[in-house]
Design a protein around this ligand. Sequence first.
Ligand code: CP
Ligand code: NVA
Length: 315
Amino acid sequence: MLSDSQGDVMNRFKGRDFISLKDYTREELYFYFHTAEHMKSQTKADVFVSALSGRTLAMVFQKPSLRTRASFDIGMHQLGGHALYLGPDEIQLGKREAIRDVASVLDRYADGIMARVFAHDDILELATHARVPVINGLSDLLHPCQALADYLTMFERFGSLEDLRLAYIGDGNNVCHSLLYGARIFGMSMRIATPKGYAPDNTILEENEEAGLDVMLTNDPGEAARKADVVYTDSWVSMGQEKDQERREKDFSGFTIDTSLLEGADPNHVVMHCLPAHRGKEITNEVIDGPHSIVFDQAENRLHAQKAVLALNLR
Ligand code: CP
Ligand code: NVA
């Protein structure tokens, strides 16, 4: 049975989009965690198995995916619902027909829309025109589903998020932006090391700094990693940037997470990566397969965290 106050919090989620962590309070994000943890601890015969019985999630993908596609599809199945995959060649978002028309059609069939897009405005446009919740499965600007699973993983590991020191080393990209919002909401600090020209979006930085985030930018990975509880990295070449691969790999030389870089981190640090990883580029085999790595716990938690979002927002 839910207590009255739990019931009140639950009612806040129904019908809401999940576009950015910044749209949620700390209390609401913890409610996702507790729901996810509960689901993770249950067997398949649990109460949540029928939470989305008869419901459908339409999944619109403009880019490739392993984790996002598989975890949403399997998550819907485990909740008693169904997921429909719509790939880039089928929908051709904004090319074959207007994004607002895609939204207006899909919301007549489905109970929720999850979309992975290039331009962040495309997610916003889908959300404006769809009457059902829209979930951001990654845009060029943000990756909130990843960050939700990442903070759940840190919470499991450390028992509390407040005052943890997060070092992000690499490209100031969509994953870094969503981590910035989360770090501010959860009261953590963030040290970000990027090569010159690859810093995170200035508006997002300023927004979070003004809202109280303790954040420092540097071009020195060692400085960022010093005393860190969490050392995080992502690909140097995000989806859609493949033509710049050679230049980027040159620019990011010296930003590989290897064992010598981690010597300055806290002895109990963990290493995180959203995956897919480019072994030998942003992270060495020794580190990703080493004792501090929790990258596959993160990948697993995509399933549990998103099941919480689906069960609460699509109700
Ligand atoms: N981390 C992540 O979103 O993985 P995919 O691109 O495989 O979905
Ligand atoms: N920054 C990466 C994340 C992949 C999950 C990208 O956008 O390709």
